[in-house]
Design a protein around this ligand. Structure first.
Ligand SMILES: [Zn+2]
Length: 622
């Protein structure tokens, strides 16, 4: 049961003391989205006296105080024809105070959201282009302080540029020309229900019960040419997720996919939809499709793990309440694992690809120099800091490692359950219990570590608390590779290219010599990271230096690879450090090294067993 705070002078709130809920209208005029400006107007019932309005600060799924209040402009508050002055709180910068004049029963708050062109920070990053937008409603809404997000009921209206079409999990009440009115929803659901719209739009029904839809908006008509095999893969993803979890917790589900090279690239989970943004040529280029093949599966898994079941510290009631991320290695780490599993089961990538993917993850985590001081849990607790950290000294600082290392920990747990029960049980059984129960639509069921451990113990009795303590809480100089070795494989390094790693590097325009010389640089020679203790670090190389030459010759795309092949024992790097040139001599033998998985003879192949579809459909390899 949830109760609304109806009238609370102590908090400086003046809300009519009528029975909850409180109904408001929100109109967002997106006709100037191509100019990167959205006009919002909120109309809400009020009573005379002090009123505090808030802009969402802590954004669900982003796990941080990312609400871009800096991009809110043009605030004008009106009561009837009167303009009412407003004042920002001088401590809580996300709150504004107004004094509602006597006799006013409705307040209208107009403001603009200045959409950035190229910032890469989740929903507050680039979201509009000349021909499309992806809108998370937290960017364009204010809410009265003291009213629960469940009891502030908003009727959303949208005006789109002429002829643009849209996709969302919100229910349309009325659409007339370019104006759309949706059915009223609580603020919590509104912020959980993004809209994509654009000139080039297609919608693909995916079937299933309840109904699933793939809505796609792109920067060109050509980009909408979906490969039938990919569409079939997404249909299998829907079926495989149903088989994995045994139940669903939504009334409908929309995969919202934005294909553009001009918006921020990320995925953001919601109960009944996901906001997925990737390259414009995602459908056209096999490479781009493989690179982001795990995007839809990951965000889809979140509907169960993250939205329905949520760590208690992240299940806050109010966008002004700080979130605690200590269990993000479950929220994101287990999602990363199940996402990887479903990508295989749906046949969205060939088997060599997912093995290269796992090898790259294992190698990245195993060579993290910061493992010696920072336990995995601290990367989760400190997520808000690490999301804003730079690539410089990343290996020493660590990054949001609860994603990739979380995957390794959960693979380890899955293999352990399969081994201890002689294949009778697996993490799939845990999924059906932990995420089970009837479908009441979008619902949040918080959990604690105690409940997680108790559920695992029911599936396969084991010292799960100890299992997690050593892998999560303790400092561990080596990555948890028990899932790989127990699964019948081992991590090896050789000169054969790791296809997955090369695709990532091409996308990010970086070249990695992490597993040989111990550094990473941009294509222009700008050093991004140097791993402490490696030959490059010992030679004196550091981030932000720029490599200009190799072995006496100007740097080219191939020069370091060529020097590695010659394997002469020393590679000379001419570097520019601030305004000074220097030659660094890197002592190294062993050639190029890239991570791969190799079968361990005589051991059963549990990794392939985990990747086998649960449904009887044949998963093609492409
Ligand atoms: Zn996630």
């Amino acid at each position: 049961m949830r109760t609304a705070l109806l009238f609370c002078v102590a908090l400086g709130v003046a809300i009519p003391a009528a029975a909850a809920p409180l109904h408001a209208n929100l109109t967002v005029d997106c006709r100037e989205a191509p100019r990167r400006i959205l006009h919002a107007k909120l109309t809400l019932p009020v009573a005379a006296g002090p009123l505090t309005l808030r802009y969402p600060k802590w954004i669900p799924g982003e796990h941080g105080p990312n609400g871009p209040i800096v991009d809110v402009a043009g605030i004008v508050v009106r009561a009837g024809n009167r303009v009412v002055p407003w004042r920002r709180d001088d401590v809580d910068l996300y709150a504004i105070h107004v004094d509602v004049p006597a006799g006013a029963s409705t307040l209208e708050v107009a403001f603009d959201y200045l959409a950035p062109a190229d910032r890469n920070m989740y929903s507050s990053g680039g979201s509009t282009t000349a021909s499309l937008f992806a809108l998370e409603w937290n960017l364009v809404v204010l809410y009265p302080d003291g009213v629960s997000q469940h009891d502030f009921i908003v009727t959303p209206h949208l005006v789109v540029p002429h002829g643009w079409r849209y996709g969302t999990a919100l229910e349309t009440a009325k659409a007339s020309g370019d104006e759309i009115s949706f059915r009223p929803v609580p603020l919590e659901t509104l912020v959980d229900s993004p809209v994509i719209a654009g000139e080039f739009f297609r919608s693909f029904p995916l079937g299933g019960e309840p109904a699933h839809t793939l809505d796609v908006v792109a920067d060109s008509q050509a980009a909408l040419a979906i490969e039938p095999s990919f569409l079939e893969g997404v249909r299998r993803l829907v079926a495989e997720a149903g088989a994995l979890f045994g139940t669903r917790h939504y009334a409908r589900y929309h995969f919202l996919l934005t294909l553009s090279d001009r918006v921020a690239h990320f995925g953001l989970e919601h109960h009944q939809s996901s906001d997925n943004r990737t390259r414009e040529r995602f459908f056209i280029d096999r490479e781009a499709r493989l690179l982001s093949a795990g995007l839809l599966p990951h965000e889809f898994v979140h509907s169960w793990n993250g939205k329905f079941r949520r760590p208690a510290g992240l299940a806050t009631d109010g966008f002004d309440k700080p979130m605690r991320g200590d269990l993000l290695w479950v929220y994101e780490g287990l999602t990363q694992y199940f996402g990887w599993v479903l990508t295989m089961r749906a046949g969205l990538v060939p088997s060599e690809w997912w093995r290269d993917d796992l090898a790259a993850t294992a190698s990245l985590m195993d060579t993290r120099a910061g493992r010696v001081w920072r336990p995995l849990e601290d990367t989760a607790v400190g997520a808000q800091l690490l999301h804003r950290s730079t690539p410089e000294w990343q290996s020493w600082r660590r990054a949001a490692d609860y994603y990739p290392e979380g995957l390794l920990v959960w693979l380890d747990a899955d293999v352990l359950i399969r081994t201890r029960t002689n294949g009778a049980r697996s993490l799939d059984d845990f999924a059906r219990v932990f995420y089970g129960g009837p479908n009441h639509g979008a619902e949040v069921k918080p959990y604690t570590l105690d409940e997680l451990v108790a559920t695992l113990d029911k599936i396969a009795p084991y010292d799960w608390r100890g299992f997690f303590r050593t892998r999560i809480d303790d400092v561990q100089p080596r990555a948890p590779l028990g899932g790989i070795t127990g699964g019948g494989w081992r991590l090896v390094y050789d000169a054969k290219p790791n296809e997955r790693l090369h695709a990532i590097q091409q996308e990010d325009k970086v070249e990695s010599f992490s597993d040989s010389l111990g550094f990473l640089m941009k294509e222009d020679g700008q050093v991004e990271d140097v791993i402490p203790g490696t030959p490059a670090a010992k030679a004196g190389l550091a981030p932000a230096m720029r490599v200009l030459g190799v072995d006496g010759r100007k740097l080219t795309k191939e020069s370091i690879d060529d020097a590695l092949k010659l394997d002469r024992g020393t590679i000379e790097l001419l570097v520019l450090n601030s305004d000074f040139y220097k030659v660094l001599r890197v002592a190294y033998r062993g050639g190029d090294k890239e991570p791969h998985l190799q079968r361990e003879a005589g051991k059963s192949d549990l990794l392939s067993a985990i990747g086998k579809p649960l449904q009887t459909v044949t998963a093609p390899t492409r």
